[in-house]
Design a protein around this ligand. Structure first.
Ligand SMILES: NC(=O)c1ccc[n+]([C@@H]2O[C@H](COP(=O)([O-])OP(=O)(O)OC[C@H]3O[C@@H](n4cnc5c(N)ncnc54)[C@H](O)[C@@H]3O)[C@@H](O)[C@H]2O)c1
Length: 425
């Protein structure tokens, strides 16, 4: 297996591999292609738009993160991926309907050139999709070897100096980790015996780590937050991060909840509901897939409000989350939050949030930042769980399974910027 010999340098081409060529990945690729030919700025990306203070010129605006931290340029990125349905990034973008044809037209040739590889897919794990481009493996072990071959072939054919992988595939059904995930030995035995508890996203994570490819999980799936993946990441010195991109409702939740908590106001209930009509919404229409999303969305308030420390303020809190599949709305999700709070002498108040967002428009810059930051971490010799990337995730993965993740967006931002400042040269 190839190792990243050029790890210390940002020079050369960085391959960004995405299992799942759907709304998020095609929107990311189109935006990067547009930005590098002078189109719209990469709005929402910390790596491209934020500044870090320059210690030599503290009165100046500072230096862009990408320059200060020696990140690859957008021109250095090469995209690839797998999908059981979309044949290429253009087809994916047209199906997703996130971007208008006037924005796709200038980059349509390049998008069409991002041809997806047939997927490792299993309908037991994603029930609402009908796959047409799936690998014909005879076992999960063969599937893993086929993915490793794909990665190495991509590395050579696309002349990549380094690779990163960001899972942008569908949400799989919820199944808690079992003994087969506990160690690398158990997992490899499970691959060979076709253990039904092994999900496709876990096979991609395994293949990434076996090829020394940093891996981030953008979905709520259980993939690199498992014993085998943490062991493999540590053994091979590869960074990992997860999980579930923090985009719309949870982004807002993790800004409002800290404000309520900071003022020692009470909270009795938080009801979150969404309507969503894209392929992600179709997949989440399966109650077992929704359960994965629910688990990742629900942890947030408990960790921010700490009801065990303040039972009089948060001990009675009801937190509900719903997602309804509503095709007319496409990728333009609408979320409502009804928040019941109380103040002095227990008097109740209400806060309503109606966020008409665009899911993939919010997620695309997260994928870009994760790819560039994971590559930077690998070049710095970091390995294992990258907790400082919690800023980007609904359910941040922490190195110690008993550890408490940080959800407050502004604390997460401080941690992220402090890490980047440490790299600024
Ligand atoms: N869009 C957001 O704001 C957002 C936020 C948080 C998390 N997410 C998660 O990111 C993921 C992608 O979201 P999206 O809106 O692009 O969804 P999407 O449905 O448009 O794209 C997902 C793609 O993954 C493919 N896929 C399914 N199983 C696969 C497999 N085993 N291998 C390879 N490809 C596979 C599907 O065919 C589909 O094209 C989802 O898991 C979603 O829950 C999205």
């Amino acid at each position: 297996m190839t190792t990243n010999d050029s790890a210390a340098s940002p020079s050369g081409r960085l391959g960004v591999l995405m299992p799942g060529m759907g709304a998020v990945s095609s929107t990311l690729i189109a935006g990067v292609l547009a930005a590098r030919s002078g189109g719209p700025a990469p709005i929402g990306s910390i790596s491209q738009l934020e500044f870090l203070p320059d210690p030599d010129n503290p009165d100046e605006a500072g230096r862009p993160v990408a320059d200060a931290c020696d990140l690859p340029g957008l021109d250095d990125l090469v995209f690839g991926g797998w999908d059981p349905i979309s044949a290429n990034a253009l087809e994916a973008a047209e199906t997703a309907g996130v971007l208008e044809s006037r924005d796709l037209a200038p980059v349509s040739g390049e998008l069409e050139g991002v041809v997806t590889m047939p997927a490792v897919f299993d309908q037991d794990w994603v029930r609402n999709l009908d796959p047409i481009r799936v690998k014909e493996s005879t076992s999960k072990w063969d599937s893993a070897l086929a993915l490793i071959d794909d990665i190495e072939r991509f590395r050579v054919e696309q002349r990549c100096d380094r690779l990163v992988m960001v899972w942008c595939g569908s949400t799989e059904v919820y199944r808690p980790p079992s003994a087969v995930h506990a160690s690398l030995e158990a997992f490899e035995a499970g691959l060979k015996s076709d253990d039904p508890d092994i999900a496709p996203s876990q096979i991609y994570a395994y293949a990434a780590l076996m090829t020394d490819t940093p891996f981030a999980n953008g979905s709520p799936n259980i993939s690199c937050d498992t014993g085998f993946a943490e062991e493999l990441a540590a053994d091979r010195g590869v960074p990992i991060a997860g999980k579930d991109f923090k985009t719309g409702q949870t982004l807002i939740k993790t800004t409002i909840a800290p404000a309520i908590r900071a003022r020692m106001l009470g909270m009795r209930g938080w009801f979150s509901t969404n309507i969503l009509g894209n392929r992600d919404g179709l997949v989440l229409d399966d109650p077992d897939a929704f359960r994965s999303k629910e688990v990742s969305k629900l942890g947030v308030l408990h960790d921010i409000l700490e009801p065990e420390k303040h039972p009089e303020l948060y001990g009675e809190l009801d937190h509900e989350v719903r997602i309804n599949y509503f095709p007319p709305r496409g990728d333009q999700k609408e979320g409502w939050d009804a928040i019941d709070i109380f103040g002095w002498m227990g008097y109740p108040m209400q806060l309503k949030v109606n966020f008409l967002c665009r899911d993939s428009i919010l997620a695309a810059p997260i994928v870009l930042d994760l790819a560039l930051f994971l590559d930077r971490a690998a070049r710095a010799g970091e390995s294992g769980v990258q907790e400082w990337l919690s800023f980007y995730f609904k359910a941040p993965q922490v190195p110690d399974e008993d550890g408490r993740p940080e959800h407050d967006l502004f604390v997460q931002r401080d941690v992220l910027l402090s890490k980047l400042n440490g790299w600024a040269s």
